[in-house]
Ligand binder design. Structure first.
Ligand SMILES: Cc1ncc(COP(=O)(O)O)c(C=O)c1O
Length: 457
């Protein structure tokens, strides 16, 4: 018989200290709920890493995949195609903002970003009047765009990224456009301040910049850092003025998370290139997409002998099973009033959490958009000083929610809630209550420890 401890070591998990890893092993899922091997039912409060928008075992998605499986499971997109994937590409061009019209498929969000980097670089090299110096990228402070080497180069989260510096390229680094930790010394609005910082960088460096890469509205993995409204639109205008492409990474914000199909729609912005992943297949199968506007696509058109095709392609890009799941997911997302209902639920969740936690002495900020929520825990609300990382408070809170039937995963001391979009109001009530009780209990433990230490001293 296989020893469970051996199995746990055989499977090396990402972003996980394997020396003290005690995984929850999941046996099945249904709707917003997962069942562990031991029979415990857990509410999936982060949609299995932000992607299962319709929850688990949705009949429509299950049957779409089964139907496709009866025809063909995999077809390469290098030299041939599959109708299901072609249909999905067309559908995405209809749903994405503005004239985004050409879909390049890959298998995960990081790869969608890599494709966007290479696409924008190659675009400037082979324009009718080439701009060979446009080889650099601007990324925001605390950016996260994935874990492949190009995506990590864009990354601005020290804890994840700094170690790899010797093997990365250096982007130009913009501000962290955070609405919670705005610099004290400014005498303009946060929107003006962050816009000006980016304007100054573009003024100085536009000749060497291929593109700005950013998550629109909310930087998820940075801890749900929420931008001042209007920033995305201002950056779009700056990109147009200085001839720099805008790449929006909607791997986390896309497919209804912010209450609209895409976050860019909140500010009526069409990026030059849009990166999609996670919720694209309803979180069922690995698939991502890099969607480009015609001026980008057209720069790659030429006789075959000119070698202007996009020099990039993934074995599993455009996989038909994933495409079938994506089509079924989009059918659900585009049902009349589906997204309006999500927007209402997001407001409901926010109100419930704020109602319970907004006066909590260790809740510094409750932020995000719609069904993307971050609750930042701080040692001191007035100075916004964080707790020492030695306490691992975020992890302790999430261990406690698991005991009470809710699976969530923190980012440092920011408690992240990304429930499936189909969660009911009573499930959202339960989520808010369990999270609030766990925050109460764990912050109390810390305060008691601190009191004991100071009275011992
Ligand atoms: C904004 C953003 N971009 C890219 C990625 C990378 O996606 P993947 O993990 O599918 O490679 C993530 C993952 O969390 C993300 O949040």
């Amino acid at each position: 018989m296989t020893n469970p401890a051996d199995q746990q070591v055989a499977h090396w998990h990402g972003f996980t200290q394997m020396a003290d890893h005690d995984p929850l092993v999941i046996e099945s899922g249904e709707g917003c709920w997962l069942t562990t091997k031991d029979g415990q039912k857990l509410f999936d409060g982060v949609s299995s890493l932000w992607c299962n928008v319709h929850g688990h075992r949705h009949a429509k998605l299950d049957s779409a995949i089964q139907n496709q499986l009866n025809r063909v499971a995999h077809v390469t997109t290098l030299g041939m195609s599959c109708q299901t994937t072609d249909d999905l590409a067309k559908r995405l061009t209809e749903l994405t903002p503005g004239d985004l019209g050409h879909v390049f498929f890959s298998s995960d969000g990081s790869s969608a970003v890599e494709a966007a980097l290479k696409m924008s670089f190659q675009y400037w090299q082979q324009l009718e009047t080439p701009r060979p110096n446009k080889t650099r990228f601007l990324a925001l402070g605390s950016a996260y765009h994935g874990d492949t080497t190009g995506a990590v180069s864009l990354g601005g989260i020290k804890y994840f990224h700094q170690l790899f510096a010797p093997i990365l390229f250096s982007p130009l680094r913009g501000p962290i456009p955070c609405s919670y930790r705005v610099p004290h010394e400014i005498n303009e609005t946060p929107l003006e301040h962050y816009t000006n910082e980016i304007r100054v960088l573009l003024e100085e460096h536009h000749d060497e910049l291929a593109a700005i890469v950013m998550e629109p509205l909310v930087q998820g993995a940075a801890g749900m850092i929420t931008h001042p409204p209007g920033l995305l639109r201002n950056i779009r205008e700056l990109c147009d003025r200085y001839e720099v492409l805008l790449i929006c990474d909607e791997v986390a914000t896309g497919f209804g998370r912010t209450g609209k199909m895409f976050a860019c729609e909140h500010e009526s912005v069409t990026p030059d290139i849009l990166c999609l992943g996670k919720g694209l297949t309803g979180g069922y199968l690995p698939m991502a997409a890099t969607v480009a506007r015609p001026h980008i696509f057209n720069a790659f058109l030429a006789p075959a002998t000119d070698s202007r095709q996009f020099f990039h392609g993934h074995t599993f890009g455009g996989n038909p099973l994933a495409a079938a799941a994506a089509m079924a997911s989009l059918d659900l997302l585009t049902k009349p009033s589906f997204l309006e209902t999500v927007a209402t639920k997001g407001e409901y969740l926010r109100n419930r959490i704020s109602g319970i936690l907004s006066d909590h002495p260790h809740v510094g900020d409750i932020r995000g958009r719609c069904m993307m929520v971050g609750i930042e825990l701080v040692a001191d609300r007035s100075s916004r000083q964080p707790f020492s990382s030695k306490f691992q408070l975020g992890r302790a809170v999430c261990r406690r929610t698991v005991q009470n039937g809710v699976w969530i995963r923190p980012l440092g001391d920011v408690i992240i809630l990304m429930p499936p979009l189909i969660a009911t109001e009573s499930e959202l009530d339960m989520l808010a209550t369990v999270v609030a009780e766990s925050i109460n209990a764990e912050t109390m433990v810390l305060v008691e420890q601190a009191t004991e230490i100071s009275s011992d001293a």
